[in-house]
Design a protein around this ligand. Structure first.
Ligand code: PLP
Length: 368
């Protein structure tokens, strides 16, 4: 680990690969001899236009985006996409289905009801968002404008390990917290969006992959703000207004690094190793540590766990002592409590090994 740094298990914004930070540091004051920082550049300058074009190309290459899909680089994070999806995709059907398997899907569903009817195709709230129901239990409406799901529920630690099959109804995914962690089937989706602050860069932006039949404005609501219009964003190469220039540049560096290390299959391999190590430690602890999520729905990115059945005093002691081992930001989300370790790309395997070593010694000392 670099001097003075800690292992940061934050759910987002989260740890970045050190190599990306170091490259940004090298280029911070004088970007490639331009005499200025990217932070200071006009977004219409030839240097910045090249940065944006390369980022888009690398997104297309790395994620194998079909050539007729639009790649959107958006501001406002994933939360704004909850509204933008509805404003651009609901069309005359005015109703959409939501597979709600956690708190983010729940928020997306709530937003739909502002502009139309968000129908619950499934909702696992009553079992505290710890499962993904089998397809046979989903109530899908063939007349829905789209089906929305959240590929990885960051708070609850629930992840789809497959692309949901919803027939011919357009499929929409919030991939904010497992984007860039494994290859994805872009062509099976009408729209994929992801805030980038977990696995692809700093906060402030979202990326979208949009099927062409939703890029022509034909399903856009009249009240859709220009800022949220997929057509306007796509037609203007994601530069209708000033983009989040510096965030976009850092994402570009992250993408270049992703290519260098071997693309999405590299991150997938790392994610499997890291989450396997942590779940193995939890499951091998004879109940001292417990993960509430059903095994088949467990996330490789966010691992929630309790200690001794949710002993709050012991959990506090765990968090305090973990810090002494440079293991930071392990508290669970404020709404669910307990602990949570987020294992995004920026967290090296050695960081997870340090965590599991600490968990074992903490268990030995506190089991009684
Ligand atoms: N969706 C998921 C799965 C998330 O994890 C988050 C944030 O953590 C959001 C949406 C909201 O993203 P933002 O804060 O960028 O609006």
């Amino acid at each position: 680990m670099a001097d003075g740094r800690v292992y940061n298990f934050s759910a987002g914004p989260s740890a970045m690969p050190l190599e990306v930070l170091e490259e940004v540091q090298r280029e911070m004051v004088n970007y490639k001899g331009s005499g200025m920082s990217v932070m200071e550049m006009s977004h219409r300058s030839k240097e910045f236009m090249a940065i944006a074009a390369e980022a888009e190309k690398n997104l297309r290459d790395i994620f194998a985006v079909p050539s007729d899909y639009k790649v959107l680089m958006l501001q406002g994070g994933a939360t704004l996409q909850f509204s933008s999806v509805v404003l651009n995709m609901l069309g005359s059907k005015s109703k959409a289905d939501y597979l709600v398997t956690g708190q983010w899907g729940e928020k997306a569903h709530k937003e739909c009801n502002k502009y139309g009817t968000g129908q619950l195709a499934c909702n696992t709230k009553s079992s505290k968002f710890t499962t993904i129901p089998a397809k046979a239990e989903w109530k899908l409406d063939p007349e829905a404008a789209f089906v929305h799901y959240c590929a990885n529920e960051t708070v609850n630690g629930v992840e789809f390990s497959y692309t949901p099959d919803v027939g011919s109804v357009p499929l929409v995914a919030d991939m904010s917290s497992n984007f860039c962690s494994k290859p994805i089937e872009v062509g099976k989706h009408a729209y994929i969006y992801a805030g980038i602050q977990k696995n692809l860069g700093p906060a402030g932006m979202a990326v979208g992959f949009l099927r062409p039949d939703f890029a022509d404005g034909s399903k856009e609501m009249k009240i859709c703000p220009t800022y949220c219009s997929f057509k306007t964003t796509g037609d203007n190469g994601s530069m209708y207004n000033t983009p989040a220039c510096f965030t976009l540049y850092v994402m570009g560096e992250y993408l270049k690094y992703t290519k260098k290390v071997g693309g999405l299959s590299y991150w997938a391999e790392q994610s499997d190793k890291k989450s396997g190590l942590l779940y193995g430690t939890i499951d091998g602890s004879d109940g001292f540590y417990q993960c509430p999520v059903e095994k088949s729905a467990r996330s490789r990115m966010n691992v929630p766990f309790t200690i001794k059945g949710g002993d709050e005093a012991l959990e506090k002691k765990f968090l305090d002592e973990a810090k002494k081992h440079k293991l930071y930001t392990l508290a669970g989300h404020r709404s669910v409590g307990g602990c949570r370790a987020s294992l995004y790309n920026g967290m090296p395997l050695e960081g997870v090994a340090a965590l599991t070593d600490f968990m074992k010694s903490f268990m030995d000392e506190n089991r009684k």
